[in-house]
Design a protein around this ligand. Structure first.
Ligand SMILES: *Cc1c(COP(=O)(O)O)cnc(C)c1O
Length: 479
């Protein structure tokens, strides 16, 4: 009995595997596909090596599918050719491409944070296209320092004695803590044991720098006396970290930077302020800028290049010469070296700050932040009319709706900016907001929106006029 049962199972298995192997044998060969007219035409724009890889990939996918689901019918050549064309076109498109930010989040880390000023883009292109004076002294012809291009500008704009620029602010913090406090204690308030994002946590950074963290105070209140008790001859650094991506409100107390500086000065301990946002202009009352930190006398200040400063990704280290020098000489500084494209864009951005009005106009981050309600309304109405023209009325609902934009990028989390959005949804039983938003993201130039209560919101705060036309064109094709 058992033997028989075993045989019938085996038999069934054999029948299935015969069917599958028949289907597998019916799949076209690579050379047959390469010879098909559609793929030969595709070959005019797609290199042969890519075509062969794509064909092998598509055939392998079918082999696996047929083995996993024996009841599935074998594809015909036309199906496979179509898949090869789609896959090849997908592979030929650049992965990192322009996106349209209709989210209203000015500094959207996922969308590349700060949009550069035209002046910064020009400078970057010039340096990218040719050789440049990156590390050369023109008078002597000898090797110079790449830091020279931004050091004096940073000092001029902030009042700092010295400056050093690295790849990003996380790197700047790591480098500064390592250079100033390795093997010693770093005093930090419990209200500032923050995670900046992407797993960048202050306590981990201190530990990775080879320093020992000494926590003082509580989550909501830390007093000067807490710092006084914690500092000793083992202290290498008093660290202040701006809680830039959250706010503690209510029963709170923090120590003014000036008081920490006075304590540090009296004990010969440097005080570092991780300012984060890199704001050079005062945009919000009561929110401190890099200049305020310099004025307060911080030994070292670290700040990001691509947050409120509105420049390229970079980490700015500013402060007193006697502390910046050991930072610049530390071996880690070389590992975090800033590149020439960044320096070009950063120098051009900083130059705009010599004139406040010019900076507010030319730097998109600042321009979007300051955008007036009449201007936003004008853009919203233009987008509304553009969408109204291309969307069939019976399938979609469209309206203008007041809402709030965000600064994002871990800057000024309590600030909400009034805005007017264009709100879109499918008519009852039509497309859901999630589906509309997904189609927009997958457009040739991807469009990113906010989805809220099953409406897709386009926030014009972060859009340029020409992008409004692009959105209307894309929506016509997609929906
Ligand atoms: C954003 C931020 C950082 C990290 O800056 P990146 O330039 O993104 O590396 C560090 N510290 C603070 C306080 C920040 O807000």
């Amino acid at each position: 009995m058992t033997v028989k049962k075993h045989d019938s199972v085996n038999e069934a298995h054999t029948v299935v595997s015969n069917v599958v192997s028949h289907k597998l044998r019916s799949l076209p060969s690579v050379s047959r596909l390469l010879a098909s007219p559609e793929i030969r035409q595709l070959g005019e724009n797609v290199p042969q090596t890519v075509l062969v890889q794509v064909i092998r990939h598509v055939l392998q996918r079918w082999r696996e599918a047929l083995q996993a689901q024996p009841e599935r019918p074998a594809p015909n050549d036309a199906d496979i050719v179509q898949e090869v064309i789609e896959e090849a076109q997908h592979r030929m498109r650049p992965s990192l491409c322009k996106a349209i930010n209709a989210t209203g989040v000015i500094l959207h880390t996922g969308l590349g944070r700060a949009r550069l000023a035209d002046e910064a883009v020009e400078a970057l292109l010039t340096v990218a296209r040719g050789h440049c004076t990156l590390e050369i002294d023109r008078a002597s012809g000898h090797r110079g320092s790449r830091q020279d291009h931004v050091r004096s500008l940073l000092c001029e704009l902030t009042g700092a004695e010295d400056a050093y620029v690295v790849n990003n602010c996380a790197g700047a913090v790591f480098l500064a803590v390592t250079a100033l406090a390795m093997g010693r204690e770093v005093v930090l308030s419990r209200g500032e044991l923050v995670e900046i994002g992407g797993g960048f946590r202050m306590p981990d950074i201190v530990q990775a720098s080879g320093a020992v963290l000494v926590e003082v105070g509580t989550t909501n209140r830390t007093r000067l006396s807490d710092y006084v008790q914690a500092v000793s001859e083992r202290t290498g650094l008093i660290l202040r970290c701006r809680p830039s991506n959250f706010a503690i409100i209510g029963f709170t107390e923090t120590v003014p930077l000036e008081d920490l500086v006075a304590l540090g000065d009296s004990r010969g301990i440097p005080v570092m302020d991780d300012q984060g946002s890199g704001a050079l202009l005062s945009l919000v009352k009561g929110k401190s800028t890099v200049l305020d930190s310099v004025k307060a006398g911080a030994s070292v200040i670290t700040a990001s290049g691509d947050k409120l400063l509105g420049g390229p990704q970079a980490g700015l280290i500013l402060g007193k010469r006697r502390y910046i020098e050991p930072i610049a000489r530390h071996p880690l500084a070389r590992a975090l070296r800033v590149d020439k494209l960044t320096l070009a864009a950063l120098e051009a951005t900083l130059r705009l700050y010599r004139d406040r009005e010019q900076a507010l106009q030319a730097i998109p981050t600042l321009r979007y932040f300051c955008r007036s309600m009449p201007e936003i309304t004008r853009l919203a109405k233009r987008l509304y009319r553009g969408l109204q023209r291309v969307l069939p009325r019976e399938r979609f609902r469209l309206e203008l709706r007041r809402d709030y934009s965000e600064i994002g990028g871990g800057s000024l989390p309590e600030e909400r900016l009034d805005t007017l959005c264009v709100a879109l949804r499918g008519a009852d039983g039509g497309l859901s907001a999630e589906i509309i938003a997904k189609r927009l993201r997958l457009a040739p130039t991807p469009i990113f929106t906010r989805v809220q209560d099953d409406w897709v919101l386009f926030d014009p705060r972060t859009l340029e006029a020409e992008e409004i036309k692009t959105i209307a064109d894309a929506v016509r094709v997609l929906l």
